[in-house]
Ligand binder design. Structure first.
Ligand SMILES: [Zn+2]
Ligand SMILES: [Zn+2]
Length: 366
């Protein structure tokens, strides 16, 4: 119940549902008291939440930064209540949510490069996230959704912005320049989104490398020809790419796997003076063989890392860039969603991703 002026929701404590992680591999669907937004915060009624690949180790192997904690960092919803001092115009609005809560004081924060904040909090790993009916988030983290963007699409904004960030790291100042060749290795959610954004940005040729039939089909639906898709289970990546680029290699190679072999492949297959963008979270120690390392030197490669996404409430930050393209129907991420479950069935989606019992793309909770 809303009180005029006082935008805080009051009344009897309501029980709401959430998936609470009590320890490694101890995720339980529970009733809990509905959170009350603190000053400057919004209570968001979650309407769609994506499961990220990183949620699997977080829930089953490494745990979150503290327990108990509600995971989930890719979500959207509707503002149901506001804490003191929050702008009442947000009430009832449909929103996307940037999950990183920066300190606002460190060096990167002062440059508005919040993704590199030295002392951040994070929805779904350091404080409660979106695998719940309700979640509290700082008002600063909200992004308003235009009406033509669905909740499900908005729950894809986080991985979209991550893909855009990687793309911009790779293209550098060459956005909008065509006649570039790129390769994307690893076609999970980020890789597929990167493929979409590269095409939308006008990159002339994008080769893609995957290892699942779902990925091959998804790439095909995105207009990738049979000759431009490499199944790395069957083909030796470097020769495959060299054959297709007349021995030149690609201008930009996006590594979205995080394994030694694919990092070596990236360096091997980059053109002289080309760029390698390392986007995959490492599975283990990363080592370069000597001849591969030599290629970084001799080919004068630009090797760069990419992390998270930019969110600064400016028109060209990665979130607004993604949202504009979603709203304009220039990017359609729906084809990446392979499974949909209701909140109480989240565990089924998690198990498919953990046990790899079937091919999957994005698992979405709606
Ligand atoms: Zn994620
Ligand atoms: Zn900071």
């Amino acid at each position: 119940m809303q009180h005029g002026g006082g935008v805080r929701e009051r009344g009897i404590q309501q029980k709401v549902k959430a998936w609470v992680l009590h320890g490694v591999d101890q995720l339980r669907f529970e009733d809990m008291e509905k959170a009350v937004p603190k000053a400057g915060e919004a209570l968001v009624s979650v309407r769609a939440a994506g499961v990220c690949g990183s949620d699997i180790p977080r829930i089953y192997r490494t745990g979150t930064h503290k327990f108990p904690l509600i995971p989930g960092h890719e979500f959207s919803g509707e503002v149901a209540a506001l804490g003191e001092g929050a702008d009442s115009r947000w009430l009832g609005e449909r929103v996307g949510i940037f999950p990183l809560i920066p300190c606002g004081k460190c060096g990167p924060c002062r440059k508005r490069q919040y993704e590199m904040c030295r002392d951040y909090s994070y929805l779904g790993s350091r404080r409660d996230g979106g695998f719940a009916e309700y979640v509290t988030v700082p008002q600063w983290n909200l992004i308003l959704l235009p009406k033509q963007v669905s909740f499900e699409e908005a729950a894809m904004l986080e991985p979209m912005a991550v893909a855009v960030h990687a793309m911009k790291r790779g293209l550098g100042g060459r956005m909008g320049e065509d006649k570039k060749t790129a390769a994307v290795c690893g076609l999970g959610t980020i890789g597929l989104l990167l493929l979409m954004f590269l095409k939308e940005a006008g990159v002339e040729k994008v080769f893609v490398m995957g290892n699942k039939d779902f990925q091959r089909n998804a790439a095909r639906k995105l207009g990738v020809g049979e000759r431009d898709y490499c199944d790395i289970r069957k083909e030796y990546g470097p020769s495959w790419l060299m054959e297709r680029t007349q021995g030149q290699g690609v201008d930009i190679f996006f590594e979205c796997v995080g394994k030694n072999e694919t990092c070596s492949l990236a360096v091997d297959a980059a053109a002289a003076g080309g760029s390698v963008v390392l986007a995959g979270n490492p599975c283990s120690n990363m080592l370069f063989e000597k001849d591969v390392y030599w290629k970084i030197l001799r080919n004068q490669l630009h090797v760069t890392g990419t992390w998270n996404s930019s969110f600064s409430h400016e028109a060209e930050d990665d979130w607004n860039y993604s949202l504009t393209r979603l709203a304009g129907k220039r990017i359609d991420p729906a084809g990446i969603i392979s499974h949909r479950y209701s909140l109480d069935q989240l565990h089924r989606g998690l198990e498919i991703m953990r046990d790899k019992t079937e091919d999957y793309g994005k698992v979405m909770i709606v």
